[in-house]
Write a protein that binds this ligand. Structure first.
Ligand SMILES: [Zn+2]
Length: 519
């Protein structure tokens, strides 16, 4: 078979035909097509040719023999605020094959976005970064942590903040409806704010109001927002987060399919681990966390209120199907780092307290009173995980962040999400084909978030490229020892800049802010 050589004009203006040529690789284009053999020519950060390029010159020639060449991975569910400023190269993501991340998820984003984007650009980025406008951040600015519905005046002020963020380049609107203060909102509020993002062509990304017993209602709510605001809907970190309901992802996926068949553009993303990670606060009733830290302290120090909180925590735990807090491990607790990596039950024992649920609840409340902790929760089943991963509308996304190497005992997903899918679910379990797994990491998320020139190996597209050996790529990060970089991504290009070479990070900076263009 002879591939058509497509070379852009004005080659004679350059000493070499291309800046980079990648030769002899097996190309997986990101659309789900079977791999094919071809060379890629890159010029000025873009894919300038795909075909047989052995007669062409290049500043850098990369031999990809025995390797797969794919589009760089697009991780649409991250939380990099606060860490990207310290590690602007985004080391853990680059070494996991990621070239673009979307942050500002679960309702939490920087506001305003414009100055933050400019600061990051000055710092020099390793990754392409886009952000959503977060509902919780907007609501906190206008209403603090007030436990009530918004007034019409507050809605209009919040709409203005969302509109501003969109004008600064946000790619959409996110909610985190289990978190403070978004959990105090109703659907009408979410629709009103989503419309302010929809006017600029944004996507709606939802950390839903429930991921267990009421997950079907929560899907309906997110779909209603999408329908009424006229937006694509991304259901974030799709899961069944309730031990008593393990196995019921067939019903939640069927509901997604039903809406899709009726013309609603709703898709999901997922991280490939059976444990979640978020704050300790979600184990408390939401009313207990209203009105700011002084009010929270006052409630926790009031014996009567504390008893009421404890009773509701026990009910919540039983509802989730857990006998105690041994499913909950501390990931980050700044006041006492010795807690990190230990379960609440273990910390309770270390404190010399009796092995009772009441005592464990006291331990949780003590940690919350001391400022709270980031946690890892063992709450999902492998069967649901695999069923969701197989679904064609599921993208792979980490729900992680940029990591400061060695700090805390965070969830390993920030280091190993993509490699884990390729090693565990493609190579070992054969749950997905390599081509389909790559599609879930590239063109599917690019489509949903309207990255028009990324996520595929196509002429004119940005030269975000990963090269790896599918037999060798491996996630190393574990729950016990998460600070281990993925191995096996030999080369990573971001906008045509070599960010990873021979599996090692370079000092270059190829990333940029991806601001949403007006539609
Ligand atoms: Zn979330």
């Amino acid at each position: 078979m002879k591939w058509i050589i497509l070379v852009l004009a004005a080659l004679h203006a350059f000493a070499a035909d291309f800046d980079i040529v990648i030769r002899n690789g097996r190309l997986i284009d990101g659309a789900g097509n079977p791999w094919f053999r071809a060379d890629i020519g890159i010029r000025a950060g873009r894919i300038a040719a795909i075909g047989a390029l052995s007669n062409h010159t290049a500043g850098l020639v990369i031999d990809a023999r025995g390797r797969v060449v794919a589009p760089g991975f697009i991780d649409v569910h991250t939380h990099i605020e606060g860490a990207v400023e310290k590690v602007p190269r985004g080391d853990n993501y680059l070494l996991d094959g990621v070239t673009t991340v979307v942050t500002g998820n679960c309702g939490g984003s920087e506001l305003p976005l414009g100055p933050w984007f400019e600061k990051l650009e000055k710092a020099g980025l390793g990754l392409n970064i886009a952000s959503l406008a977060g509902h919780n951040s907007v609501r906190r600015k206008v209403m603090g942590a007030a436990n009530r519905l918004a007034t019409p005046e507050e809605i209009s002020r919040m709409r203005e903040l969302v509109g501003n963020a969109m004008r600064e380049g946000a790619v959409g609107f996110s909610t985190g409806l289990i978190y403070i203060p978004g959990t105090y909102s109703n659907t009408d509020e979410v629709v009103a704010l989503a419309k302010a993002a929809s006017a600029h062509g944004g996507v709606y990304a939802s950390h839903m109001r429930d991921e267990g017993e009421k997950v079907l209602d929560a899907i309906e709510e997110a779909v209603r927002v999408g329908k009424e605001a006229g937006m694509r809907v991304q259901l974030s970190h799709f899961k069944i987060d309730n031990r008593r309901l393990w196995g019921s992802s067939d019903r939640s996926l069927a509901l997604v399919e039903k809406h899709r068949s009726e013309g609603v553009d709703v898709v999901v993303d997922q991280y490939p681990y059976d444990r979640s990670s978020t704050g300790l606060g979600i184990t408390l009733p939401s009313w207990a966390l209203a009105d700011g830290s002084d009010a929270v302290k006052e409630r926790l120090n009031n014996p009567e209120t504390r008893l009421r909180i404890a009773a509701e925590m026990e009910a919540k735990l039983r509802q989730l199907g857990h006998p105690d807090y041994s499913y909950a491990t501390v990931a980050t607790f700044r006041p006492d780092r010795s807690y990190e990596g230990k379960t609440i039950s273990e910390i309770n024992a270390l404190k010399g307290r009796p092995k009772t649920l009441a005592a464990e609840i006291e331990t949780v409340l003590d940690i919350q009173l001391a400022g709270g902790a980031q946690m890892v929760y063992h709450s999902m089943s492998e069967a649901d995980l695999e069923r969701i991963l197989r679904h064609p509308a599921t993208a792979v996304a980490s729900d992680g962040g940029i990591r400061e190497f060695g700090l805390g005992v965070p969830h390993p997903r920030s280091y190993g999400t993509n490699a884990r899918v390729l090693a565990e679910y493609v190579r070992k379990k054969r749950l997905l084909t390599l081509e389909d797994a790559i599609r879930k990491m590239t063109s599917l998320p690019a489509r949903t978030f309207a990255f028009q020139d990324r996520g595929l190996l196509r002429l004119g597209f940005a030269a975000d490229v990963v090269i790896f050996d599918p037999e060798r790529v491996e996630d190393k990060a574990t729950f016990q020892e998460p600070h281990q970089y993925t191995e096996g991504f030999d080369l990573v290009l971001v906008n045509g800049v070599v960010m990873v070479e021979d599996g090692k990070l370079t000092e270059a900076r190829g990333g940029r802010i991806l601001r949403k263009l007006p539609e």
